[in-house]
Design a protein around this ligand. Sequence first.
Ligand SMILES: [Zn+2]
Length: 326
Amino acid sequence: MGIAGSDARRDFCQNGAVKAFGRLTLVAATAFAALAADASAAGFLGSAIEGERVITCQQIGRKLGSVSVEQCLDSGARPTGGQTVSGTPLLMREYPPVQSRRPLGRILLVGGIHGDEYSAVSIVFKWMEMLEEFHSGIFHWRVVPLLNPDGLLQRRAIRMNANGVDLNRNFPTPDWHAATEDYWIRRTSRNPRRYPGAGPLSEPESRWLAAEIARFRPDVVVSVHAPHSVVDYDGPPEPPERLGPLSLHILGTYPGSLGRWAGVHMGLPVVTIELPSAGSMPTISEQKKIWVDLVAWLKRRLTEQPRPDWTFDAMTATASAAGGSR
Ligand SMILES: [Zn+2]
């Protein structure tokens, strides 16, 4: 609608210019009209994005007990251009480097890959409030509070996306074709909550996240889930031993999971925070302690240990598979 609208406006302006001015002034008039149409289109696009942001925050704030519509709006998370199966915008907030300070690294924080893990979305919004207040530029953050809004925003929230796909089985692990369906059939007895999808990155949400990883090239990915009450870790050592009340417990990976793809296959450290309950939040002091411990571990990790090798071929392959090159 926006594109058609701006084209119509441009046509109208150009036709007006032909009638009003002679041929010599046509070029200048057309250029002016094009500029005016661009400015108008940019304004229209800006207000359309703002409208999407407000509607999405209204939906999220009404669904979550611990996050209000205002808190979602105040988080500064904005539509990215990425969309879900049903067309809901995927929101993200960037906390960029600050002047005169070189960040220790880039961190991608993702909540709500599974739509029925309410706390894993709410706590990311709480941590965004802390970042808003305390972002010092020590890291360059990108934060996606809710990767699977279609799952969360159903009348009864579901783990999967609107196509019934478990997004955390849809990432392009090298064994995807060989193992994912077999695992789903034999090990889960076709459990619909674990359905890996028709192919790797078949879903717009996982495709967008893979592309975002390829664009941002994070040094660490932090993914929040519930309710296993542990810290899980995939990728090169050393994992955090403890984040707040949560202790390290390696759960292992699955064909198509983010941990197996990014952590094991690409050598990108993936910290999986499994909160104790999907339906209720840790206490405020626990929320803060997990965050403080995470930041302290990230400082150590990015000071003392080698970074992911972003020249690794798999990264390039992923970028093109996901359409991630700009
Ligand atoms: Zn989960």
